[in-house]
Design a protein. Sequence first.
Length: 284
Amino acid sequence: MRVALQMLCSLCFVLCLPAQQPDWKPVGVVLGEAGSVLPDGTFRIDLPRKEPVLRNEFGFVVPPSMVLTYAAFTGTPERAIVVGDTCMLPEEVNPVLDELRKGNLEIVAIHNHMLGGSPNFIFLHFQGSGAAMDMAKAIRAAWDQMGKQPAAAAPAAATPPAPDWKAVSDAVGLPGAMQKDGMFKIALPRPQLGTSIDGQRLPAGVGLACWVGFAPCECGRTMIMGDTCLLRSELQQAIDAYRKHGIRIVAIHNHMLGTSPELIFCHFSAEGDAMELARAIKMV
């Protein structure tokens, strides 16, 4: 009886010991900021964007803390989840995205947080799971791209190309149609997704018909812009495929709420040889 009582007392003592708190300091060292542990246990690092100075659509200066870059970790350093946001100039978006993808972090959204700001800041949301130190290294590599990218310079004017649109259509593998303004548009329908809202099936025409548009550009190359309707399981692979072929990702967001399955829309753009771009679109 005495032994059982001693064992019970020992167990109670162990259970009453405070839980050991995760040591996030090494993660902060990698990210270059001490960070702080919030009351709920989240380890968070905030980096207000101080340069360049941002003004809103009315010309007023926006405090840097309103345009945060941040990373927030939960779990343990060995098995963590990270969620973050990065405030960037347009020319920084794809270099930052590339570094995050090298670290196997998911790109969740790319969009604006303001209307008419000057300069135009773009926000990229990301998430990941795994060893916190590995993810922190990828995030640091991504953040290191900010402030180092030259602003995009307008190319010299040149004679617009005259692509063979039938060949372009054949390369994509889908028919296209010439628009009144000279854009050659190819629909990229995905009826196999069987999308519905509140149990009602949606036809492609309500907004599920993805597309790519080709247009001769005064830069001497062919310009493309387009939109891809994707499942979450497809998004990161599509991003990687576009970037492999030099196609820029310009936005990632929802077009509808409550769809089944959940859909994400990825917008892209590029300039180059029409046939090379067509073959790249086909591969995505």
